[in-house]
Write a protein that binds this ligand. Structure first.
Ligand code: AMP
Ligand code: MN
Ligand code: MN
Ligand code: MN
Length: 289
């Protein structure tokens, strides 16, 4: 049977494990399939695949930042075509936006007393590519200005706080489109983390579906059973497939690669789409055939 995790981060964005360390951890935990989904970045994939060799299927992915009705939304692209020119151009644009934003966050933090915030966050992260607010949060903790990453967000980085910078990410529809054009499957990431009312979330899911979205991230590891049921019902109702993802960033209790990600029988897993065929998913259904 497969043990699957389709959402995690490496040092290519705001994770703390190098791609090859992530793969070793996944292999030790008995995973059979891992999608590396760094923020707006695919730089970790080659190292992950090479480290995995034949021990684990590494699926090419990315977690892309988008705007929907002014809200920052994340779309995970799975099975994406890493060499597709449109995707490459898109990722270059995202990187530019991220660098501008990271510099702006850095200068705000400097005004708040953090010297050389951008340069020091870069070197702390070991990231030569993409700096997210997650990287800044760890920098703030390392400076002793917050005890936890959560506190760093609440004090400095979240919407409304002094180092928050609004970003003009591309609209949801164009993000979905570039994933589709590259041959990938667009998945709406962690739908309950956007602080939307139920009716607004339904509108988001409807718009995502209309734009060509194919799956909802239904299972995550620190989730209440009622939330997983709710997302499963949404997936069924909007005829979207279901994905699973720990959103692993760093070793910590309760958020582990492949942990607690079982899907209910009512949904159709995303690995049953044609794009997944070459990755040898072994599921109860395929074993029964
Ligand atoms: P960004 O894409 O730069 O806005 O950063 C988003 C990342 O920051 C997310 O993927 C999380 O890893 C992290 N993040 C966002 N909000 C929080 C929070 N309240 N506590 C901890 N991490 C957070
Ligand atoms: Mn992150
Ligand atoms: Mn996310
Ligand atoms: Mn993520």
């Amino acid at each position: 049977m497969s043990k699957i995790d389709l959402h995690c981060h490496s040092t290519a964005s705001d994770g703390t494990l190098k791609p090859r360390e992530l793969v070793e951890r996944a292999v030790e935990l008995g995973l059979t399939h891992l999608a590396l989904t760094d923020h707006d970045c695919v730089a970790g994939f080659a190292e992950a695949r090479e480290a995995a060799a034949s021990r684990l299927q590494v699926i090419p992915g990315a977690e892309l930042s988008a705007l929907w009705e002014g809200n920052q939304i994340h779309v995970v692209g799975l099975f994406i075509g890493l060499e597709h020119p449109e995707l490459k151009t898109f990722l270059e644009g995202q990187l530019k936006l991220r660098i501008q934003r990271a510099e702006e966050i850095g200068s705000r933090l400097e005004k708040l007393g953090f010297a050389d915030a951008y340069a020091r966050t870069l070197s702390l992260s070991g990231s030569d590519t993409v700096v997210t607010r997650g990287n800044y949060a760890r920098f703030i903790v390392a400076q002793g200005k917050a005890v936890t990453v959560d506190e760093a967000f609440n004090t400095y980085l979240k919407k409304g706080r002094k180092a928050y910078v609004r970003t003009q990410w591309p609209e949801l529809g164009s993000v979905v489109e570039v994933i589709l054009h590259s041959g990938g499957v667009p998945v709406l990431a962690h739908p309950l983390r956007y602080d939307l009312t139920n009716s607004k979330l339904r509108r988001l899911v409807q718009d995502f579906k209309s734009a060509g979205g194919r799956a909802l991230e239904v299972a995550s590891c620190q989730q209440r059973p009622c939330d997983r049921e709710y997302l499963s019902r949404l997936a069924v109702q909007y005829e979207l497939k279901a994905s699973v993802g720990s959103d692993f960033h760093t070793p910590q209790q309760w958020r582990e690669l492949g942990y607690n990600l079982d899907l209910p029988a009512t949904v159709v897993p995303v690995w049953q789409c044609p794009e997944a065929a070459e990755y040898q998913f072994m599921t109860e259904e395929s074993l029964e055939q």
